[in-house]
Ligand binder design. Sequence first.
Ligand code: ZN
Length: 203
Amino acid sequence: MKIICIGRNYAAHIAELQNERPEEPVIFIKPDSSVLPKQQDFYIPDFSNDIHYEVEVLVKIKKVGKHISEEFASTYYDEIGLGIDFTARDLQSKLKEKGLPWEKAKGFDGAAVIGDWLPKTLFEDVNDLNFKLLKNSEIVQQGNTNLMLWKIDEIIAYVSTFFMLKKGDIVFTGTPAGVGKVSANDYLSGHLENKELFTVKIK
Ligand code: ZN
């Protein structure tokens, strides 16, 4: 199983990190070892003093596909979820400065939180989903998938021209504005529409 992540997919988040607006989706991969086991606490790693949460809508791929056209992309997923793309922002900034890959900053153990899955049939339109992240009961990130620069089906089509998609692969579709640092004892919870799909305790 691989995790394919889209970077810079919400204009307001691009602005907050003072990144350039990309002409094509920014893609990176997290290894399967980065998945935080369910119900396990997230331990801030020693190599970073600036771990950021990034709440993102997730899509689970249900069958193998390559060069998928946008028109048929929706037949490749039945489940929608929510997760966190934990990022060692200090490490990432250094790597970005040098033009190096981000893997260490994005693919470390525990860097992928994957919440519960919901059938997409529950929703009228996957391009109009509200989601939010709460930190210690306060809303810190809030978004709607209608604000994505590249919509879910466009992402699947684009990604599949480079990587064969396989059953069980997960796509992280990018984070809205409001990313920020976690500290020990923080408590995060992620909500898609009105359902809580994950909680994480920071240690
Ligand atoms: Zn992200």
